[in-house]
Design a protein around this ligand. Sequence first.
Ligand SMILES: Nc1nc2c(c(=O)[nH]1)N[C@H]1C(S)=C(S)[C@@H](COP(=O)(O)O)O[C@H]1N2
Ligand SMILES: [Mo]
Length: 264
Amino acid sequence: MRWASLVLLSIVIAGLVGGFAQFFVGWRLVLGISPIQVHVGAAVILIPLLAWHVLRHRRQRLRRTDLSRRMLLRGAALAGAVGAGFVVLDIASRWTGGRGRIATSTGSRPVDADAIPATIWLLDRVPELAAAYPVEVAGRTFSARDLAEQAEPVAARLDCTSGWFADATWSGRRLTDLISPEALAGAASLVVTSATGYQRAFPAADAATLWLVVACQGRPLSAVNGAPVRLVAPGRRGFWWVKWVARVELSDAPGWRQLPFPVQ
Ligand SMILES: Nc1nc2c(c(=O)[nH]1)N[C@H]1C(S)=C(S)[C@@H](COP(=O)(O)O)O[C@H]1N2
Ligand SMILES: [Mo]
């Protein structure tokens, strides 16, 4: 079935294009769709199609020649080509986006702290929030301006699983300065919820390491980077750094009772 192969191939290509677009161009909506959505969407569609493909061809037996020296050499050549492709992309990425070499054990490349890329998870979107948008923290309400009044600087590395990191100085307040010690002592976890519904839970004991920030590198947050108030969680990967924070709630549920990654 030739047409089925062509469909399969075009989905693979769409997935690759989506991945490259996210890496080189960054997040933006085209016809209401982001590059990550194309990238992950293609992968999700491919799973059943590939399963079907394998099932249809399962009656083909391995032949002796499949393991021949020639096949091994071909395999090695393919691996070499992939490696060479990686090097080419590495160089190209520094030309186009100015991203440097992989510099962390997490496999991330440095990006400029003054131009942090926007990373928006699969089904999330950038909400339009007023500068005075109220953030509820364990029953009290703060605006970005309230938080800015006694803000302190916090230097932290934002390291996204999509392969980049930025060392920036943010400014905001520690959660332990906004929530009373008694209230914290009585809770098992802290649940941070975005205006979009995106949510992460943290052990209550980590409150001193979590910050609600209003500025980055001395400038108010931009809309795509979480304005007016976002979480900064030094030492944790980027997906914990909830943007557009609406609420921080204390909870009795243990902080680990959640999906390892946000699915929103
Ligand atoms: N509400 C919300 N917060 C979010 C995300 C998101 O999609 N929605 N993405 C997370 C991910 S995966 C990362 S790496 C950081 C990226 O922050 P940035 O867009 O400012 O670079 O935000 C995190 N916070
Ligand atoms: Mo991320």
